[in-house]
Write a protein of this length. Structure first.
Lengths: 131, 447
């Protein structure tokens, strides 16, 4: 199986150009645009080489599991509930201090949005289980 | 000491409480693991004799502040949800009132100096007093004087009276809760706005870099070079927007009375200057002004509250451009921003200077120009006034960073009437390299 990125973000369309360099190198990008999609696809996420996680995920309507979920909750769920230990790269436009608080206790890499394709490429290659 | 400039409304509440009740009051918060004390000078006048003796006569102010901070930390970290009576290290009782926002204690409110009337509490007070005598290394006479102040002159409160004190405090705690809630809502709102702006810029920046990388691989001659310059310009402009929104996102009302908290961290000061100049580069070009930046020692890092400091720099550079010469002589269409280290005695400073030719400031205004709302006389005559709040903010920010700011302004040609000729105006900021933001012990006095 080739190298894969599990990308958890509600607005992947806006971010898609950022992944072009990685795609050129043969990386597969698996998209998860809601918390429900994350839970349904947990086994694919588990075997991915890198997780990209947007810390601002929307609260949705009751019934689809998105209510009150945000990036922090997803991180907690991945690590503490499903014990997924894939390296995580956190994306956000939030201030550093806020991200530090939200990810406290979890080992993650951080990239501040907006991010250049070359920055994302270097970060993924640095933390990937399969660079 | 650095102050959190958002405390004007909190200060108003504290002062109202003191004026209304006559009780001294101290408000505490925890920020970045430091306990910060908000303390009005009016409070000291209301102290009981006992506390005045310790703090003013027996040199115990530091011990008192450290003890207050320790008790405040306990209230905040243990997330007390209700007011409670506490006792200080010297045997004085007071009421600690938590300020709770979203079920979390964000601050704590301590007031009142009294002795309860029951024997057990008085015994505890005496026990603490004895320990304080040792801690403060008091002589026999001093110890006796202090004991007398504690047992003979300290206000006595019954249980019912203590309950009344707590009820009064709850009302003021509710006011403070509203202030903190408003502040959090503002910060959250701005964070959301920044997120929206950065998300919108994301595909532009990404496509710009990808285009640049593609053009570098293909020999396109002059057209290719122009294309690369265009792409670089787009990238730079987007980055300026990103930087300015990133820095300014938590500075909600920078010139008003409600300002967010300081967050100090080490920052590369040369980088900050560059970003600030980038922000105003286009404005300068539109006004046909040559904006030049000269930086020495690009590696120096200084502990600053980046958001506030960035806005202060922006203000100075914007003013330098705004009040610039608008005549025909090109040599006066020039703004210089420079940064370099200076040493005075044993102290190292990083000096930031802005210099322009333009409207100028009269010698009589060199102090008033930093006052809130003051508008320079020469700018009024030229009908080019601002809000009058910018320089007041700059001065406050620089002084809170333990720095200093001063201005000089003189006519270029001294023979011509000083209010006509262009002035060369220089603002100088000196920021010390090594600032101490906390004394030994924990509490910081804010004003």
């Amino acid at each position: 199986m080739g190298r894969t990125i599990a990308w958890i973000d509600d607005d992947i369309a806006m971010m898609w150009p950022v992944t072009e360099l990685l795609q050129d190198e043969g990386w597969d990008i698996l998209r998860f645009e809601s918390v429900k999609a994350v839970i349904d696809g947990i086994e694919r996420i588990r075997i991915a080489d890198v997780i990209l996680l947007d810390m601002i995920l929307p609260v949705g309507q009751d019934g689809d599991g998105m209510h009150e979920y945000g990036g922090k909750k997803v991180l907690q769920t991945l690590r503490d509930v499903y014990h997924v230990n894939t390296p995580v790269l956190v994306f956000s436009a939030l201030p550093d201090k806020v991200i530090e608080d939200m990810t406290f206790g979890y080992q993650v890499e951080r990239l501040a949005k907006p991010v250049l394709p070359s920055e994302l490429y270097r970060a993924v290659m640095r933390i990937s289980r399969n660079p | 000491m650095p102050s959190r400039t958002s405390h004007k409304p909190h200060e108003a509440v504290v002062n109202t409480f003191i004026q209304t009740t006559g009780y001294p009051i101290t408000l505490y918060e925890i920020e970045d693991e430091r306990v910060q004390q908000i303390f009005s000078p009016e409070s000291r006048q209301s102290y009981e004799t006992h506390c005045k003796l310790i703090q003013e006569s027996f040199g115990g102010r530091r011990e008192c502040e450290a003890d207050e901070a320790r008790r405040a930390r306990m209230v905040i970290e243990q997330n007390w949800q209700k007011p409670a009576v506490t006792i200080c290290y010297a045997g004085v009782y007071n009421v600690a009132v938590p300020v709770v926002v979203n079920d979390k204690v964000v601050a704590c409110f301590s007031f009142g100096e009294f002795l309860p009337t029951d024997a057990a509490n008085i015994a505890q007070a005496i026990e603490n007093h004895e320990e304080a005598v040792t801690i403060l290394k008091l002589k026999k006479g001093q110890s006796q004087e202090l004991r007398c102040a504690l047992l003979e002159h300290m206000k006595r409160r019954t249980e019912a009276e203590i309950e009344e004190l707590m009820d009064i405090a709850k009302g003021f705690a509710a006011l403070l809760t509203t202030l903190y809630e408003r502040e959090q809502a503002l910060e959250s709102h701005h964070e959301s706005l920044v997120h929206e702006i950065h998300t919108t810029l994301q595909p532009i920046l990404a496509e710009a870099e990808l285009l640049k990388l593609r053009m570098e691989k293909v020999a396109l001659g002059d057209l290719g070079q122009q294309g690369q310059l265009l792409v670089q310009d787009i990238q730079r402009r987007c980055q300026v927007i990103v930087n300015s929104t990133r820095h300014a996102s938590s500075v909600a009302y920078t010139m008003g009375d409600f300002l967010p908290r300081y967050q100090f961290r080490k920052v590369n000061i040369a980088q900050l200057l560059r970003e600030s100049c980038d922000l105003y580069d286009q404005l300068a070009k539109r006004r046909f002004i040559n904006l030049e930046l000269e930086i020495q020692e690009t590696s120096i890092e200084i502990e600053v509250s980046q958001n506030h400091f960035f806005v202060a720099l922006n203000n100075l550079i914007h003013n330098a451009i705004k009040y610039s010469y608008q005549g025909n002589e090109e040599k006066y269409r020039y703004v210089l921003v420079s940064g370099y280290p200076v040493i005075e005695g044993h102290q190292s400073f990083y000096r930031i200077k802005t210099q322009n030719y333009g409207i100028g400031i009269l010698p009589s205004e060199r102090v008033d120009i930093f006052k809130d709302g003051y508008q320079g006389e020469l700018t009024v005559r030229e009908s080019r006034t601002g809000t009058g709040k910018g320089l007041a903010f700059v001065k406050r920010t620089i002084e809170d960073h333990q720095g200093r700011i001063y201005v000089s302004s003189r006519p270029i040609d001294g023979n011509i009437s000083p209010d006509r000729t262009p002035h060369i105006t220089t603002f100088i900021i000196d920021i010390p390299y090594t600032q101490r933001f906390s004394p030994a012990g924990e509490a910081l006095r804010l004003f």
